[in-house]
Design a binder for this molecule. Sequence first.
Ligand SMILES: NC(=O)c1ccc[n+]([C@@H]2O[C@H](COP(=O)([O-])OP(=O)(O)OC[C@H]3O[C@@H](n4cnc5c(N)ncnc54)[C@H](OP(=O)(O)O)[C@@H]3O)[C@@H](O)[C@H]2O)c1
Length: 412
Amino acid sequence: MPAHRSVAGRRTRGGSLGSLRAGRQRQAQAEAVPEGKVRVRLAGRRIIVLSNPEGLGASSSSPHARAAPIGEEETWTRPSRIRRSRGTPAEPALLPHSSFCHQAPSEFSPPADSVSPIALVTGGNKGVGLETCRQLATKGLKVVLTARNEARGLEAVEAIRRSSGAAEVFFHQLDVTDPSSAARLADFVRGQFGRLDILINNAGISGVDRDPVLVAKVKDQVESMDVNQRVEWMRENSKETYEEAKQCMRTNYYGAKIVTEALLPLLQLSSSGRIVNVSSGFGLLRNFNSEELRKEFDDIDNLTEKRLEELLDLFLEDFKANLLEAHGWPTGGSSAYKVAKAALNAYTRILAKKYPTLRINCLTPGYVKTDMSMHMGVLTLEEGARNPVKVALLPDDGPTGAYFDLNGEASF
Ligand SMILES: NC(=O)c1ccc[n+]([C@@H]2O[C@H](COP(=O)([O-])OP(=O)(O)OC[C@H]3O[C@@H](n4cnc5c(N)ncnc54)[C@H](OP(=O)(O)O)[C@@H]3O)[C@@H](O)[C@H]2O)c1
């Protein structure tokens, strides 16, 4: 990277960032319902409430009741040193014994006489989000499944009811890129529960265009490909456009921020509030080719949201000008996705510093068979939702501001 492209200083738009730009130009240019399914209208939105026929969490009729500490029955052992994460979606093997000595999610159950924790998941209508909702609901949590499309969201709620039965699941519409949608959701949660215990920012897009015909064709060949071949096939058959890159930032970074800001006051009313940002191994800093950029994203003592967003603007400018490689941004496919997830990780750390009483972490679910991975992933949905669920249910004295891969806490 040329000297005038230095990004390591604390610049502002009008200051040396301006000269950075000039340099570039020069360079190239209802209430709880005990039984049965009930539909109610709330704030003009249809909410579906599925009761828990086995009575799990049925004692929680007070909307302002506080949750028992989440994961209080669990044991947490912090790894003696944080591993350097292998963390690419191409290396997602679930090790049978990990250093992540946290009780397996399947063993978690809320204390019998406690109030069920309330979890909210974005992008809950399919993939990892849907399965995360299902697993949390099966454990007796109250789950607010959100989706941008109401019909798809309601269908997902029905699917959870069919597959697990013992579920108390609420639906509310949410487009994470729309602040008014997030505000309506916050009103709903406030009115229904009076607080929120767990927010899982799961909604995301790949930020690339793919030919649906090719995607359909490759489905038959996937099983004969190893992981590297799958990742390579995806890279070769994914086209990054500027519009997709912008949308990727809007959804994967700004979307999580919009939802977080709308729900933070409710999370602060929880005795055990936590935010779980579903990130990716693609967001690891080693994917950046510039040491200076890596340092900026990693400089958590000085990094601010404002500076982070300036960096995202710079990325988009460089994308437009075809300068990603020259300026050390991640390359090799999915550049916008990698930068947006790195920003989400940095945002996680900034927030964790700002709100020390909350547990705020991020993670990769691994390489999962979903629409986003064109079903080329190696993990089933059930396996892919384990990490989000595990991190969501960390005990109150667990880590905050951390990144988790499939083996536990790992480096950014
Ligand atoms: N699959 C993997 O291998 C993998 C690896 C690493 C990380 N991840 C991360 O895991 C998360 C879930 O991905 P997935 O694999 O389950 O993908 P997926 O099956 O494509 O699901 C993505 C979800 O996000 C929703 N979404 C997208 N834009 C939205 C918006 N503006 N508002 C609300 N919801 C929106 C989608 O809703 P629609 O149905 O309406 O589009 C869908 O519910 C993502 O954050 C992804 O980056 C996945």
